[in-house]
Design a protein around this ligand. Sequence first.
Ligand SMILES: Cc1cc2nc3c(=O)[nH]c(=O)nc-3n(C[C@H](O)[C@H](O)[C@H](O)COP(=O)(O)O)c2cc1C
Length: 176
Amino acid sequence: MASIVTIGGSPSAVSRTNTLIDHLQRQLEADGHTVTAVRVRDLDAPALLQGRTDTHSIQTALAAVGAANAVIIATPVYKAAYTGVLKVFLDVLPANSFAGKAVLPIVGGGWANHALVLDYALKPVLAALGASVILSGAFLIDSEFVKLEDGSGFTFSENLQEKARDLYHSLTAVIK
Ligand SMILES: Cc1cc2nc3c(=O)[nH]c(=O)nc-3n(C[C@H](O)[C@H](O)[C@H](O)COP(=O)(O)O)c2cc1C
């Protein structure tokens, strides 16, 4: 069984991209895999902005990445790129942090023409971090998420349920 880390790069407390990676986490755990969730918004922000790793929350996150066989990384598109929140965390990862790991990238956005962020912004960073396998991943559009009436989260449209299944199978095919 594999050890997987999920890295969520949304600064929002109620996040579409985090909803999807939480869903994948539950499925992976049900199948016996070990999953650790890193949500960059919960890490020590002043330390990250100063490029420091000398805090408990950041050390724990770095250890989770180091110990994982596979990584699921998700980010919203902010200003035609991945979020700054995600970047400050990626910047403190040691060189080649993703070497020997399969990485599943997921990008969420409001406009379909920003789907290119997946291939032209996020994937090059994953390669720079030494990822051994970069899966195709997916771009998710906001309209694929259905907001819960009380504002506490999101459910998936049928199309997104299918995408989630595909993402799950693409990852489990390489970590078995
Ligand atoms: C500050 C900000 C900038 C954004 N910039 C873009 C953008 O350039 N292109 C795009 O497609 N969506 C953009 N969006 C929309 C988000 O990417 C989209 O709503 C995403 O699904 C949010 O993910 P989350 O709910 O996980 O935070 C932006 C949203 C915010 C708040």
